[in-house]
Design a protein around this ligand. Structure first.
Ligand code: ZN
Length: 73
């Protein structure tokens, strides 16, 4: 007799938005987890990895700008 086992659902907490998600991606080399909801053939509904790195990049650019500005004081 075979019984169907309930599917084990892996839940992780997104390192970007803090939501719990079953569909996620891990980043390398930071080992962070991000939720990603993407239906094939459509635009990604949620892509926290892209958002996270975009924001990180923006923050760096802002810092650089600040540093450059401070040279003029
Ligand atoms: Zn997220």
């Amino acid at each position: 007799m075979r019984r169907k086992k309930p599917k084990i659902q892996v839940e992780v907490t997104c390192d970007h938005c803090g939501d719990k998600t079953e569909t996620f991606v891990s980043s390398y080399p930071d080992y962070l987890k991000f939720c990603r909801i993407h239906i094939p053939g459509k635009e990604p509904e949620k892509d926290c990895m892209s958002d996270y790195y975009k924001e990180k990049k923006n923050a760096k650019t802002l810092q650089k700008k600040k540093q450059r500005q401070s040279l003029f004081y």
